[in-house]
Design a protein around this ligand. Structure first.
Ligand SMILES: Nc1ncnc2c1ncn2[C@@H]1O[C@H](COP(=O)(O)OP(=O)(O)OP(=O)(O)O)[C@@H](O)[C@H]1O
Ligand code: SF4
Ligand SMILES: [Mg+2]
Length: 372
């Protein structure tokens, strides 16, 4: 299934944008461009034509064991339970959903930090789930991650310069030490930081600065795909906006592809081209960003969007909030039929038995609900 948006191509912001990720010589321009804007710009609407990642039937069921001496598997946590989606080269796909719905596990499976129970992850023609360590090595360089916590994701004993040069050493992308150092300094500037920070330790920097270091580290090996797992969630709102702008500028400049995992829907709306909504290990809706926000079809997506406050007290007061009732069920023993049925305001009897198919209701708009 190709679910890429079909809107007209927008012009690239820079003349260098069509070059492969990281092959362009980095300049200080990027850092200043990132600083110039103070509010996140809306995602442009380019046309994506090439599938970079194709996820089919992805399942990650973690075994639950009992017994200290001879552990016995007594159940499974169905963290991810049959995901199907594509990510197009150059696009940003948002992945949203309540805590525990399986967003991080999906990212970890793509990164091969978890060995998926079943399913395929086809990355640029390579089925990641079938590759051994050695075969995976060159792909690890192309796929990077930015974590949520800028405090714990940087080694406190390493200087910033070492943190950025380390991946280059590991992947041998820059064999010469002086060249690695030069690139680290360039990347600091690209990410809007003073190159002098290279000789500082992480504890000498603010949260926003550390997150920029995390981005510089991810870029150091010239990746083409970056998984941003709640990459801005730990930051103050104003710093969030700066880092989002930076991510957007870098995406356009280096032709990066992002999987942007977040629970803040307003951030997702600003940055993402398409958005996928997960619930209890399954994908319930996937659509073009504007389409999803303006015409949400799945009752869970509608409830999620309804829960986003509107910054106008008068409008907010009049709004009839559709709160999702009940707690998210356990992924160890998910509900039968449609997993959303215990909380669904429009559920009918058959929803307890029939698993809804994830189907394309409008061009590019996929929904898992049989009542729509
Ligand atoms: N290694 C593991 N072993 C067992 N269960 C796990 C493991 N990792 C994750 N889980 C479970 O899988 C489910 C999905 O977790 P995951 O971290 O992917 O959710 P998430 O959507 O990223 O949540 P959050 O928004 O809180 O980060 C949760 O129920 C979690 O407890
Ligand atoms: S299939 Fe039934 S329970 Fe599931 S979302 Fe649709 S109406 Fe609700
Ligand atoms: Mg998570």
């Amino acid at each position: 299934m190709s679910t890429a948006r079909s809107k007209p191509a927008a012009k690239r912001k820079t003349a260098t944008a069509r070059k492969p990720a990281g092959t362009r010589k980095t300049t200080t321009k990027r850092g200043t461009a990132a600083k110039r804007r103070t509010t996140p710009a809306r995602a442009t609407k380019p046309k994506f034509t090439e599938t970079l990642i194709n996820v089919r039937g992805l399942k990650m069921h973690f075994p639950v064991t009992e017994g200290a001496l001879i552990p016995k598997v007594v159940a499974h946590v169905k963290a991810v339970d049959g995901l199907n989606f594509d990510i197009m080269r150059g696009e940003t796909l948002g992945l949203v959903g309540e805590s525990g719905c399986g967003k991080t596990t999906t990212g970890r499976c793509i990164l091969q930090l978890e060995k998926a129970t079943s399913g395929d992850i086809i990355y640029d023609g390579h089925n990641l789930n079938t590759l051994n360590k050695q075969q995976m090595r060159p792909l690890r360089q192309r796929i990077q991650v930015i974590f949520q916590d800028p405090y714990s994701s940087l080694n406190p004993r390493m200087k910033i310069g070492e943190i950025i040069t380390e991946p280059m050493k590991v992947h041998n992308t820059e064999p010469d030490e002086a060249a690695r150092r030069k690139r680290a300094l360039e990347l600091l500037e690209v990410c809007g930081l003073n190159p002098k920070f290279a000789d500082r330790y992480p504890h000498e920097m603010s949260g926003g600065q550390r997150q920029r270091v995390g981005i510089a580290r991810a870029l150091s090996v010239k990746p083409e795909f970056i998984i941003c797992d709640e990459a801005v969630s730990a930051l103050d709102v104003s710093i969030q906006a700066q880092v989002i702008n930076l991510l957007e500028d870098l995406r356009d400049e280096f032709n990066l592809t992002y999987l942007f995992i977040a629970h803040d829907l307003s951030v997702v709306r600003h940055l993402c081209h398409r958005v996928a909504v997960m619930y209890l290990g399954k994908m319930v809706e996937l659509a073009d960003c504007d389409e999803l926000f303006d015409h949400p079809l799945h009752p869970y997506t509608q409830a999620l969007l309804n829960a986003v406050p509107i910054p106008d007290p008068a409008v907010e007061e009049k709004r009839a909030h559709q709160i999702i009732k009940g707690e998210i069920p356990s992924p160890i023993n998910p509900p039968s039929g449609c997993v959303f049925h215990p909380r669904c305001p429009i559920a009918v009897d058959s929803c307890t038995e029939v698993v809804p198919e994830f189907r394309e209701i409008r061009p590019g708009h996929w929904v898992a609900c049989k009542e729509i």
